[in-house]
Design a protein around this ligand. Structure first.
Ligand SMILES: NC(=O)C1=CN([C@@H]2O[C@H](COP(=O)(O)OP(=O)(O)OC[C@H]3O[C@@H](n4cnc5c(N)ncnc54)[C@H](OP(=O)(O)O)[C@@H]3O)[C@@H](O)[C@H]2O)C=CC1
Ligand SMILES: CC(C)(CO)C(=O)C(=O)O
Length: 334
């Protein structure tokens, strides 16, 4: 079915998913900041991918505006793609401007963005969602996908708002708490990648960074286990086995990693981009979620705390990625 889709917060994920949805025949409107509006209105979008594909979407095939009233007026499906810190604000814009019948899907990282939307949009149809792949903006309306994986949308009582979008693998799942817990386990590396200043491929090639990532995952897995939550695996490698895999020596890790998420040479975490652009990061919704849940359960999370503190220091310094050595963090956790 063709939808009238509004992208609520057009940045990396919003432009990529929205652009492909436009290519799939949906009527798409991007709600974005004025600079993005100017760029897309003049240059359209160019979407490239680690698989080598490249799609151009002309400005006549996708509407773009900074005006929430115009963006939401006749939406049938709203994809929320703002950072977690802006969820409530975007929810309130939806409450004011969007038809009651519009279905809302959160395509954000973190565990509870759909719940936050439900709190500001009572009575509306809200679905959690999860984008497993990475997208970075390259300027001039170009957005590049650097890793593999599906988009997962919550099946609520047999209803799941799928839409046509070439190149996207869209799937439904009834247990988004498990899917989002599985994604959070990957996202625990966002901060490490941002602190390293390296590409994901360079950073994960270094066993010292992988040991930090594994230790952060161990803490999160202990929290999820205590909560009775079984995290979903995004790749053929069961997510519960990832800490062991990450600790392998380089030559073995390289072999096993071939079965996991595919990563191209340019990909970096969205948190790296946040630091570089001097924007607040989502650390409170990633490491922070594990720290808070651990506190409630009496489970210690010292590694995630060290990582979160380092990100907060980098945010305050406002100088982009600090380009830390993993040894600095390892000395703080041991
Ligand atoms: N990038 C990635 O690879 C991935 C990201 N995600 C998740 O997806 C979500 C979105 O991330 P990402 O796409 O990177 O974020 P971006 O910051 O690139 O995109 C969000 C955009 O929305 C804009 N925005 C916020 N509020 C408004 C508003 N009221 N009106 C118009 N524009 C607005 C923001 O502008 P401004 O910055 O000025 O506020 C920003 O440009 C996050 O939760 C992230 O964790 C998930 C998987 C991968
Ligand atoms: C890198 C990736 C795909 C997984 O951690 C991500 O979600 C992000 O950059 O925010």
């Amino acid at each position: 079915m063709d939808h009238r889709i509004t992208i609520a917060g057009a940045g990396s994920i919003g432009c990529f998913v929205g652009g492909l949805a436009a290519l799939g025949g949906n009527r798409v409107t991007l709600l974005g900041r004025p600079t993005l509006v100017d760029t897309v209105a003049t240059k359209g979008l160019t979407l490239t991918s680690f698989e080598g594909c490249s799609e151009a979407i002309s400005s006549s095939d996708v509407a773009v505006t900074a005006d929430p009233q115009a963006a939401f007026a006749d939406a049938s499906l709203i994809l929320v793609t703002v950072k977690s810190g802006q969820t409530e604000e975007m929810g309130r814009l939806i409450a004011t401007h969007a038809p009651e019948t519009a279905v809302v899907v959160s395509l954000q990282n973190g565990l509870d963005n759909a719940a936050r939307l439900r709190a500001v949009l009572p009575g509306r149809r809200i679905h959690a969602g999860m984008v497993s792949f990475n997208v970075l903006g390259r300027g001039d309306g170009v957005f590049h996908r650097g890793t593999s994986g599906p988009v997962v949308i919550e099946d609520v009582g047999g209803e799941c708002p799928l839409f046509v979008a070439p190149h996207l693998d869209l799937v439904c799942h009834p247990r988004m708490d498990e899917v989002l817990a599985g994604k959070l386990l990957y996202n625990l590396n966002n901060a490490l990648n941002a602190l390293s200043g390296l590409t994901l491929a360079e950073q994960l090639a270094d066993r010292r960074w992988r040991k930090l990532f594994a230790a952060a995952q161990d803490e999160a897995l202990a929290v999820f286990r205590a909560e009775g939550l079984a995290p979903w695996s995004m790749s053929k490698i069961p997510v519960t086995r990832m800490p062991r895999m990450l600790r392998l020596p380089n030559f073995l890790f390289r072999q096993v990693a071939k079965r996991g998420v595919r990563i191209d040479r340019t990909a970096r975490s969205s948190m790296w981009e946040d630091l570089e652009r001097r924007r607040p990061t989502e650390i409170g919704d990633l490491q922070g979620a594990i720290i808070r849940r651990g506190e409630k359960l009496g489970i210690a999370t010292p590694v995630n705390r060290v990582i979160a503190d380092a990100i907060r220091a980098a945010e305050q310094a406002g100088a982009g990625s600090p380009g830390l050595s993993p040894d600095v963090l390892l000395s703080r956790v041991s």
